[in-house]
Write a protein that binds this ligand. Sequence first.
Ligand code: JHZ
Length: 392
Amino acid sequence: MLDLGPTPLANRVLPPEAVDEPEPTFPLAVVVCERCALVQLTETVPPETLFSEYVYLSGVSDTVVEHMRTHAVELMADLDLGPDQLVVEIASNDGTLLRPFHEAGVGVLGIEPAANIAAMCAARGIPTEVAFFGREVGERLAADGVRADVVLANNVLAHVPDPVGFVAGIAAILADDGIARIEVPYVVDLVDNVEFDTIYHEHLMYWSLFALKALAVRAGLVLTDVERLPIHGGSLRITLAHRSDPEGMTRVDALLTDEASRAVHTPAFYAGFGERVRSLGHQLRTVLRKLRRSGHRIAAYGASAKGATLLNGFGIDGELVEYVVDRAHTKQGLLTPGTHLRIHAPEHLAQDAPDFALLLAWNHADEILAQQSAFRAAGGRFILPVPTVRIV
Ligand code: JHZ
């Protein structure tokens, strides 16, 4: 489907003093299975390398915080959750999603592999176990008596090398009448909107509903509902349970029919994607070079993982873009992987006033454009890179 060549790890931001040290790269190629149409990377970087120490924080984006709060409020109301119920979140990150449950007195348990981030969660009073969740951890927790009324797993399924074991682990801890909600980037949105930059080593698989349904069956759970969400460039929120739910099945069937009509379950749907990515790269480099040639200064906003793919994949480096700004304190003062652009706090943008900012976190465009009103009022413009290059 796409071969981006040897690429550094998207979240491996590095300190300036490490700039001359060798930077590990790994092949970044995406293939489509001719039998089951699962889209996946050819190379699996060990999860321990990627996630034992992590820099991405959910709580940095107001949109993500609100998205998670709304979901929590909805679940608490729909399922009438209280102190006798337990919500388990897998990859609980900084505790942004569990927090509203915890504050309302609902029982919570976070499971997070990055020790540095689990500590932030624990500091908020949210019990958190440092572990990579999978079949074994699920079975161990179940043997210890853990029965979850709700299991939440946002943006983690795409990251696990053994998705069947992962969902089987969920089945092990899920109460008989419990539900699991999994959010995952939707491969149809990725293809439709040329979101090639959401491809990086952390994302081993790119899920369609067709593939998710097969996964649920193999792991012993039933796919009972689905919702399309705009978050992160387009995601699916699926519900899994031990038993089916006729109401939700109507939505599942409707989306499966929609996918079938577009042949999402065949390699044909993915043909031509690589060419569209190459053409976008050409378009973006041409715009940036023209701006530089006419003397304009360009910075970037968002030291996101997808930004690393975009810069490295399109060969956009310090010649074209001077630096990046980002709100995450875990990234500030460090350098972007591969391209080694310095990461500053967002305030730097309005102070330094470059002419343009390449928006590497285009999925948060509304939030960032609103927040950067001072930069924009002073004449600063944003370059949005996908699905087509636009200047606003
Ligand atoms: P953002 C991450 O991808 C990695 P990334 C991960 N593997 C995953 O699956 C997806 O998320 C879902 C910053 N920012 O969300 C914060 C501001 O500075 O596009 C982030 O560093 N100011 C878990 O990294 C970056 O931009 C702001 O106002 O591609 C955005 O990263 C906002 C809103 C964000 O995800």
